[in-house]
Design a protein around this ligand. Structure first.
Ligand SMILES: *Cc1c(COP(=O)(O)O)cnc(C)c1O
Length: 455
């Protein structure tokens, strides 16, 4: 099966890529993008040459990547990769495991149960909490919401898995006006209807104004946020969760990148109270810097999660048996837990703390340097890793963002905040240094000068 030279070639091309991309222009050049036309062909009739395929992929594919693994990609909230995780993933690629069941992949089942217990330890969640290893927070949000739907209806004597939603009792959905778009998507996928959401006002940082939360009850799904995708702000979990729990509501926390604040000493205050919630969604591939794709659903109500995703009733997961498919919508799944395990084992609690706190420090540095430049206005309190910056008009903000993107020294995206354009900066890579920030701020300064002259 194995043509050793083929795999050696892949590895050496990959290593070259990694070395170069730490320091190259962050976004592909326009000629790199036009070269993608080389992939356009009709489906080949005959089988090809494996080496030639790899060469083609490297020649035109590698240059058309965005260097997310480097230290100056600040777009969306996209993490880099910790080498330990990447290397472990490379090994596991050869295993090609299906982590559906322990009997299919004992190693995947073992690592899933280890990582599950580590996550409970880090976030201080009760022992009965279970974890499902999915592709990202979108899927983890869906799983949490489906578990909530099961439990809320079951408590009212309605079996959703048997009867579906036709004629079911009503589920109330309460969330903040700044809930992530994937929350809206998953609410609609779960058949609950975006139109039924009871929206709660948010403050100037995007946090739920908790005195305005309507009276909750046992038919309510309350969705909170640990890490606003624009400002990085956190809903006040300690003020909200315990009280909400007492009302019988199900609390789901979207903590895609922010939940990891709970793994630090300095920023842990942001997630205080999270233990009162029922389910959580968090990514490995953002703040933790595991390779894509890696998301986790955590749920304190094992019966609800397993019944919602798999089957209800007489399933039994005995002793040390852990069949991963009980906790995820899929049956067959790749063993993405391998790189999660390797990343966590390599970093340890101290390493995670240092990495996440470092992202916060770099974000503060970025914000403070930009604030010193007349014409830039930082809009948010930098509580975590996100910075929002604005110029004096939408036109100028947009032009500066475009120029920064074209400079390719770093890459930032845009968003809207209170009806106006903002540039959004996310520090989400372990490789970002103070110098990376200095170089990037210089690019911002230059872009502002050029844009101001043109307008
Ligand atoms: C990124 C993000 C998501 C979606 O996560 P994916 O891993 O991209 O599916 C959901 N919520 C928040 C707050 C996010 O930042």
């Amino acid at each position: 099966m194995a043509d050793k030279s083929l795999f050696e070639k892949a590895e050496s091309l990959g290593l070259n890529y990694l070395q170069q991309s730490l320091d190259r222009h962050v976004y592909p050049l326009s000629e790199d993008l036009s070269n993608l036309a080389h992939f356009e062909e009709s489906m080949p009739e005959k089988s090809g040459n494996t080496h030639a395929i790899l060469d083609l992929l490297d020649k035109y594919g590698s240059p058309a990547t965005v260097s997310q693994v480097g230290g100056r990609y600040f777009g969306f909230v996209n993490g880099s990769v910790v080498p330990a995780g990447l290397a472990a993933k490379n090994l596991s690629i050869f295993w090609d495991q299906n982590s559906a069941m322990q009997v299919i992949s004992p190693i995947s089942a073992k690592l899933e149960s280890i990582v599950e217990s580590w996550l409970k330890d880090i976030f201080e969640l009760p022992d009965e909490t279970v974890a499902g290893f999915v592709s990202g927070t979108s899927m983890a949000n869906l799983c949490g919401i489906l578990a909530a739907r099961f439990r809320i209806l079951k408590n009212q004597g309605w079996n959703i898995t048997e009867k579906g939603l036709f004629g079911a009792p009503r589920i109330r959905i309460v969330t903040g006006k700044h809930a992530h778009s994937t929350i809206l998507k998953t609410i609609s996928m779960a058949g609950l209807g975006k139109g039924n959401i009871e929206w709660v006002d948010v403050d100037d940082q995007g946090r739920i104004e908790y005195p305005k939360i309507p009276t909750l009850d046992a038919s309510t799904l309350l969705i909170l946020q640990a890490g606003n995708v624009n400002s990085g702000s956190f809903d006040n979990l300690s003020a909200i969760c315990k009280k909400a729990k007492e009302s019988g509501a199900w609390i789901h926390i979207d903590g895609a990148f922010g939940l990891w604040a709970g793994a630090t000493k300095k920023l842990k205050y942001l997630t205080e109270g999270l233990e009162w919630a029922d389910s959580y969604a968090v990514d490995g591939h953002k703040t933790l810097n595991t390779p894509y794709d890696s998301g986790i659903v955590l749920c304190q109500d094992r019966e609800a999660l397993v019944s919602a995703l798999h089957m209800e009733g007489d399933y039994l997961i005995k002793g040390n048996l852990r069949d991963g498919m009980y906790f995820t919508p899929e049956m067959s799944r790749r063993a993405r837990v391998v790189e999660l395990w390797a990343t966590m084992k390599y970093l340890g609690k101290e390493g995670i703390d240092e990495m996440v706190t470092g992202m916060h420090e770099r974000a503060k540095q970025f914000a403070s340097l930009l604030s010193d430049i007349p014409g830039f206005n930082v809009l948010n309190e930098v509580v975590f890793n996100q910075v929002m910056v604005q110029c004096n008009s939408d036109t100028l903000t947009h032009s500066v963002m475009k120029k920064v993107q074209e400079n390719r020294v770093c890459w930032v995206g845009g968003s809207m905040w209170k009806g106006k354009k903002v540039i959004r900066i996310s520090i989400c890579s372990w490789t970002t240094t103070e110098k990376d920030i200095l170089i990037s701020v210089q690019s911002f300064r230059q872009a502002l000068q050029e844009s101001t002259m043109e307008t």
